[in-house]
Design a binder for this molecule. Structure first.
Ligand SMILES: Cc1ncc(COP(=O)(O)O)c(C=O)c1O
Length: 365
């Protein structure tokens, strides 16, 4: 991507996106826009200070430089897709956010259903076309606090939620598949560094891994290994390897699908959906802690990656070596279709125009 393309993309986001922001009101610290009574409201919480919230254009509000998200990456997030006017697997994302918050001991000042309604209000503020696709970035940070990493300095979480446009992979990519790089030096840490089930704001390792694995190429993703050299995941996607044994065409039990152990990859929501769909098709799905990169290539193999943005993306080559015949395999294609069908099913999400009552019902409140 050229700098000009990056500028154009940013301009488009600036034109259309909206951001919800919610933080404590502290004189001299809280961005002034959040103090405007015309644009914001007070949030009722148990906290010993006033908390305010509002929805803005991106240039109207900013995070405080003293937010520990900016200073130390101390926060958690979710990336959620609005697909054809439906917020796909919203409940699952909110539940994973709650899990990340619990594990990082960041307290959410409002209930999960209330936060979900704030997300929906932000979507409404964007004014999407009925069948639009869009992207939601929901972040909860440790919040504002004086310099120093100690969380005790932070008085209460900052919440922000950006609803923006999304550039999905073009349809041809799913028909042709994409090639994956291989990151050899930088490894995917396990629980001893950052618990992989925490979707934290610490992505520098993944950023560096992507740069290493795609350097000098136009590849979009790269495979990461864990400390022992076993396959972990791609930099923002989970990985699956299909093994087809003789007779697989007529007997689903001849197909085994391996995905790396959850001990060193994100508990991806797309990953969970695909595991469920593959098992429903009669395939055996195995969480494999010892998957080697060499097992991803060669005959009778298929590889695909999964993620909120990518969906189910066939992988044709890993580090320049062909997977199977170097084109998307038949089982992967079936899973791509099954996943599309799942995304179109209103039972697996919430309509982007849902009102408060429908949102609360959806969240079981
Ligand atoms: C490191 C990593 N792995 C996997 C995924 C895919 O997870 P999901 O399917 O929940 O989007 C992501 C998504 O952001 C990610 O950041």
């Amino acid at each position: 991507m050229s700098v000009q393309q990056a500028v154009d993309a940013l301009r488009e986001v600036g034109r259309t996106a909206r951001v919800y922001c919610c933080m404590p009101d502290v004189e001299g610290i809280t961005p002034l826009a959040l103090l405007d009574p015309e644009r914001t409201r007070v949030v009722e919480t148990d906290e010993p200070f006033t908390r305010r919230e509002g929805i803005f254009r991106l240039n109207e509000i900013g995070l405080s430089p003293l937010d520990h998200d900016c200073l130390y990456g101390d926060g958690v997030f979710e990336g959620i897709l609005i697909y054809h006017g439906q917020v796909f697997t919203l409940r699952e994302h909110m539940e994973r956010l709650a899990q990340s918050l619990e594990r990082t001991r960041i307290e959410l000042p409002v209930s999960l259903p209330e936060l979900t309604w704030r997300v929906m209000e932000t979507i409404h503020a964007v004014g999407l076309e009925p069948n639009a696709n869009a992207y939601i970035r929901l972040v909860v940070s440790r919040g504002i606090g004086d310099l120093g990493i100690n969380p005790a300095k932070c008085i209460g979480a900052t919440i922000y939620c950006i609803v923006s446009s999304i550039k999905l992979y073009p349809r041809e990519a799913y028909e042709r598949g994409i090639k994956l790089g291989l990151t050899k030096t930088i490894r995917r840490p396990d629980q001893s560094t950052i618990d992989p089930t925490v979707k934290s704001l610490n992505y520098l390792n993944n950023v560096m891994a992507l740069m290493e694995g795609t350097a000098g190429t136009d590849l979009m993703e790269s495979l990461m290994l864990n400390r022992q050299g076993f396959v972990a995941e791609a930099t923002v996607d989970n990985i699956f390897v299909i093994n087809r044994a003789d007779g697989w065409e007529s007997d689903a039990s001849r197909v085994r699908i391996h995905t790396p152990s959850g001990a060193y990859c994100l508990n991806g929501i797309t990953r969970a959906t695909i595991m469920e769909l593959a098992e429903a098709m009669g395939y055996t799905v195995v969480e494999d802690p010892h998957l080697m990169p060499i097992e991803m290539v060669g005959p009778d193999r298929e590889v695909f990656m999964t993620g909120t943005g990518a969906g189910v993306m066939p992988i044709t080559h890993v580090h320049g070596v062909a997977v199977g015949e170097g084109k998307p395999g038949p089982i992967t294609r079936t899973l791509v279709d099954a996943y599309r069908e799942r995304m179109a099913n209103p039972e697996h999400g919430l309509a982007a125009n849902a009102d408060r009552e429908a949102t609360m019902r959806y969240m079981g409140a």
